[in-house]
Write a protein that binds this ligand. Sequence first.
Ligand code: GTP
Ligand code: MG
Length: 195
Amino acid sequence: MKITSADFIKSVADTSQMPRDHIPQIAFAGRSNVGKSSLLNSLLNRKKLVQVSNTPGKTRLLNFFLINNKFYFVDLPGYGYAKVSKQIYKNWQKLVENYLLQSTNLKGVVVLIDLRHLMTAADLELISWLEHNNIPAIIVGTKSDKLSGNKLKTQLKQNAILLKKYYIKKIIPYSSETGAGKNELWSSLLLVLDS
Ligand code: GTP
Ligand code: MG
């Protein structure tokens, strides 16, 4: 995929502030620290377009990036961050849910899981919720470079077992360090954008 432009457009705290155009959007979701921002930078061949360090405040916003003037990537705030209070968590959930349900331009959601671990209840809850709401999902296993070939296979298998009762079975292994998985993920993204 040739990236001719990748621009940060805005951060929004409320769905009323979403871009008012008809450009398709793909959102990226996953546990805090799973590697969302790193994956976006890697996909877009940019080093610092998306902030990798954790800036509290920013992480509770929806961040819109316009790619090739053709589609948006939306970096969603990570879930499961232990230090947030119940009230903040509720607000976060509302913002993300409102966005996912209200964005008429949303084509799909990339769900990131950390391949070193098994999917969490929150990951499966999100996948189930997306299926229930007919929102196409792509599952990506991050940090594949941290696993040996054999261990990677086992982890993919173990996680696939957890997906048994869902429609999506495929997990795309990805490394933001090496770029492994980039072509496969782009193919899936372009399919979703074309649908
Ligand atoms: P929040 O925005 O805080 O929710 O985190 P995030 O999901 O955006 O994760 P981020 O990209 O900031 O990465 C978290 C940490 O994991 C950083 O220290 C990254 O360098 C590291 N990391 C992310 N992706 C990879 C990867 O593919 N391989 C390796 N080895 N490290 C990674
Ligand atoms: Mg991030």
